[in-house]
Design a protein around this ligand. Sequence first.
Ligand SMILES: Nc1ncnc2c1ncn2[C@@H]1O[C@H](COP(=O)(O)OP(=O)(O)OP(=O)(O)O)[C@@H](O)[C@H]1O
Length: 499
Amino acid sequence: MEAAAARNAIMEFFQNPPSPSTLFNAYASLSASLMILRSTPNPIPPPIRRFLWSKIQNYFFTYRGRSLAIIIIEESWGAERNLLFDAAKVYLPRKVSPGSLRQVKMGKIPSQKNIAVGLPEEENIVDFFRNIKVTWRLISVQTETKPGNPGNRSFPFQKWHFRLSFDEKNREEISSDYLQHVLAASTSLTQEDRELKLFTHQPHYNPRWTSAYLQHPASFDTIAMDPEMKQSIIDDLDRFLSRRDFYKRIGKAWKRGYLLYGPPGTGKSSLVVAMAKHLKYDVYDLELSSIHSNAELRNVLLSMPTKSILVIEDVDCYEEVHARSKKVKKIKNASKTLENMKIPLHLMEMGKRPACTLSGILNAIDGLWSGCGEERIFVFTTNYKDKIDPALLRPGRMDMQIELSYLKPSAFSVLAYNYLTLRDGGHPLLEEIESILQYTEVTPASVAEQLLRSDDVDVALEGVVNFLKRKKMEEVNDADDEGSAATPGNSKRMKLSEN
Ligand SMILES: Nc1ncnc2c1ncn2[C@@H]1O[C@H](COP(=O)(O)OP(=O)(O)OP(=O)(O)O)[C@@H](O)[C@H]1O
């Protein structure tokens, strides 16, 4: 009865607010009472105080007549990413109405026309489904990683989850139909006009991947390469996309590996971008040096969503993947050097940073765990294919090996069109350039650089001709030097000068 009277008094207070002077007097006497209370020992023990306070809160501030149902959607589900969480991240920004929130995130990137609204943390986002009100909230909890990494340091670790609340009586409808609707809507939004992203792995942090929009302008239209090879890559990607049931039927994980190899500046990175744009997949760029164990590599791969491309660039730079015969030779040489330097091998080993092993990499792309997270593409790039252990290159791991070579005449016509809008036969110098290219080794990057030097078509093409002639002369001189260095007299001279 007394509590009901107090509630009525509170309602009365809000409906007929008192005058400012009455409020001021009440505030003054309340402050005085609190000062007196604070100076005397509190007679109620803290646990009882907390219990009473929660009862008071429940009584006065809970809306009667309905109870809330809560669903928590965490970032990961077991060891894998939670697709529902990812779907909500795509779906919800469209539901944010900036006017109704205390704090909103807004931003714009060069490739977007409009200012975008981001997903705010710790704010209620309201959505309606068949007239049912659903309130979403993105919540982050900061913890620390367990030490166990090199240096035994702990790192900040942030975990996110969504908290959905709605009327209990709609539980059935929300947990099945509504969540299915969120999944479906996010899929169509993803396919529609989503900007592709480039993710980089950041060790010891959560999220494990940070992203930026993929702004690289390359596409299959702009890549200068043999037209037949280009078409065969596009066909291979399309076949991969359409073969979900096929992979299931033959009992293989739905994934494909590509090795892109060739000299620097021949378009390996550009081809990765073109593949991502064609498939509409995000790119996950992984530096193996940031991985400190096989278990970490497996967890990093599991934290990638489906429909993604994992790229390990310049894979030959990691000793872990070197051909075993070369590795053994290297270790033998290293131990000989250590012997000469009188440094015991175990001291050298102590300074070595822990890393994943070749077998860890093979298992990650082709082992038991590779089946988790389907619709994945692995791309490794290298300038030196022969340095890589053949185990990594066998079909099933690297299903297609693509050589990006020096510029061929047929590929030059793509550059001529892209840079100068010149079609075949569109300029007298094109023929000369294409004939020099047949016997000169230049990268598409270096010719592209020449084409950029002038807007005037004649000047730009003359620049290319001169550049190619210079390159050819250098090649001839180098060959002459090698030839004369190989003659007996010269080798003697070299030996003498070495001594
Ligand atoms: N095949 C190509 N077609 C069109 N442009 C190219 C091609 N190859 C290189 N380029 C130009 O050269 C630049 C560098 O190319 P890219 O980074 O793709 O080469 P890369 O083979 O990955 O080199 P690296 O091995 O040094 O990483 C590109 O931004 C592009 O402008």
